[in-house]
Design a protein around this ligand. Structure first.
Ligand SMILES: Cc1cc2nc3c(=O)[nH]c(=O)nc-3n(C[C@H](O)[C@H](O)[C@H](O)COP(=O)(O)OP(=O)(O)OC[C@H]3O[C@@H](n4cnc5c(N)ncnc54)[C@H](O)[C@@H]3O)c2cc1C
Length: 462
């Protein structure tokens, strides 16, 4: 697949073998594959280094039953369709295979099994020294495509009780992995609700700690919510709405896709509780915010229905009405009289599953591209350190930035920026061109005559 000889050249400098490339991309998930396509379109020599395999996060970083949250027609790059019913939800293996096939299709110069350990701006020459598990590479530019979700986050309130099993959703694989007993799932974004649902269906007693969330309908009036957010222009929103910065989104593509409905989860047998506050002497305490959080999720759901109805009316679309979408199950007991405390031993809880999100780790990047809080400083991925780029981060340029369809567009922007920079650097003013032309001419004038000894015309030189 890979023509690495074109991507990176070996050069002898001061007697040492040195590998160089114009643009080095770190990471071959969807972000690394997307930027490779755009760099190739611009003819930018580049090399993608991946510490494990292409799309590793989809292969081994997620639970066994995970399927894409968006349908196959939506969660893809423009250049290749999934080999699936477009309305189906790809399994995580199918997503990984898709990116592998994509990389092959575009002949991406990806080198797998090589970890980037350190990136340092060169002091005495342009570009960066990139230390890898397979030696040092010199690169004029570096694109950091190491993912939006690199390190799992467990809040400091975590219970210290050693008898309990505590795992993050990143380590969860399937119900059989957990010990017998009930589970407290903390966090009700897409991961938390899907895992809680799976555990309950596997016969476990589940408590689900629910914070602020959006929960769009899976589909309304015969259109998936991905379609609605697309036509509303919401995937392109540049920043979360005020007050929604910490609101997670609860959606699911499992069992053919369905709306996440907390009342229905409760009816199934899951006990909903508010945000987890603390753990003291084996007792978990919860905030008194469950009803508010569920109400705000309902508001988000209903506001999408209203916006969709208005859109249908304004554009005269022929989409079937769906009044039953506004029917809610009655409020369950756990919602009207929420538990504020749970004695874990009494309730038989043996596992706490933290579905509390992720953060990034850029400790290996020794460059001037971070603010005092360690957050990347960039504009649409173009960092404050010239020649260094970030790709795939949440809200890099828009809501879709960390998702499959969004990263492709951010990658194009970054590749365009790199190509433009290269054009500036290739610029020569008139005097330079003249000097270069004269030099070339004098070389041409001398060159044939320098071969004159072969023709016996040496005398003509003088
Ligand atoms: C549970 C879950 C479900 C999701 N579902 C969807 C979905 O349905 N649809 C959707 O659009 N998005 C989804 N996402 C969001 C997003 O699409 C994925 O997180 C996706 O994996 C991000 O792609 P990426 O290329 O930016 O990062 P990653 O896939 O994380 O790829 C980064 C790559 O960089 C490599 N790497 C890291 N550090 C180094 C290093 N130092 N040297 C070399 N290589 C390195 C890693 O091995 C990895 O392969 C989901 C996310 C999660 C967590």
């Amino acid at each position: 697949m890979t023509d690495l000889n074109q991507a990176a050249v070996q050069k002898r400098l001061d007697g040492a073998i040195e590998e160089t490339t114009d643009t080095l991309v770190v990471g071959a998930g969807q972000a690394g594959v997307a930027i490779s396509e755009h760099l190739s379109t611009h003819g930018v020599p580049h090399l993608v280094l991946e510490r494990k395999r292409i799309a590793e996060a989809w292969r081994t970083g997620r639970w066994d039953s995970l399927v894409a949250n968006g349908p196959a027609w939506h969660d893809r790059f423009p250049g290749l369709e999934f080999d699936l019913d477009p309305d189906a939800f790809a399994t995580k293996e199918q997503v990984a295979a898709y990116f592998e096939a994509y990389a092959e299709k575009i002949n991406a110069p990806i080198r797998t099994g090589v970890e980037v350990k350190k990136v340092v701006r060169n002091a005495d020459r342009s570009g960066f020294s990139v230390e890898t598990s397979a030696g040092v590479i010199q690169a004029e530019r570096v694109v950091v495509a190491t993912g939006p979700f690199q390190r799992s986050v467990i809040p400091p309130i975590a219970h210290q009780e050693e008898k309990l099993t505590q795992i993050h959703s990143a380590e969860y694989r399937n119900p059989e992995q957990l010990p017998d007993g009930a589970v407290l799932v903390v966090g009700a974004g897409s991961s938390g609700v899907q895992i809680a649902d799976e555990l309950e269906r596997a016969g476990k007693k589940v408590y689900l700690s629910v914070g602020p969330h959006d929960r769009p309908p899976r589909a309304y009036r015969n259109r998936d919510y991905c379609w609605w957010l697309g036509v509303f222009g919401e995937w392109d929103a540049e920043a979360p709405k005020a007050g929604k910065e910490h609101v997670t989104i609860a959606v699911s593509g499992t069992r053919g896709g369905h709306t996440v409905d907390f009342r229905s989860l409760a009816q199934q047998g899951i006990t909903l509780v508010g945000m987890t506050k603390s753990f003291d002497d084996g007792v978990a305490t919860f905030h008194r915010d469950l009803a508010d959080n569920v109400a705000q999720g309902d508001e988000n759901y209903l506001s999408l229905l209203a916006a969709a109805d208005a859109y249908v009316a304004r554009n005269g679309l022929d989409l079937p009405e769906e009044p039953e979408a506004r029917n809610f199950f009655p409020d369950p007991e756990c919602l009207t009289h929420p538990l504020l405390e749970l004695d874990l031993a009494e309730a038989g809880v043996t596992t706490i599953l933290w579905a509390t999100g992720y953060t990034v780790d850029f400790s290996w990047l020794k460059v001037d591209a971070f603010d005092v809080n360690g957050k990347p400083k960039h504009q649409r991925g173009v960092s404050s350190e010239p020649g260094l780029y970030f790709l795939g981060l949440p809200w890099l340029s828009r809501r879709g930035s960390s998702f499959i369809w969004g990263v492709w567009h951010d990658a194009k922007h970054i590749a365009d920026h790199i190509a433009t920079q290269r054009k500036y650097l290739a610029y020569r003013d008139a005097s330079q061109i003249q000097t270069e032309t004269e030099r070339e001419k004098s070389c041409r004038d001398v060159a044939p005559d320098s071969q004159a000894w072969k023709t016996g015309k040496q005398g003509e030189i003088a």
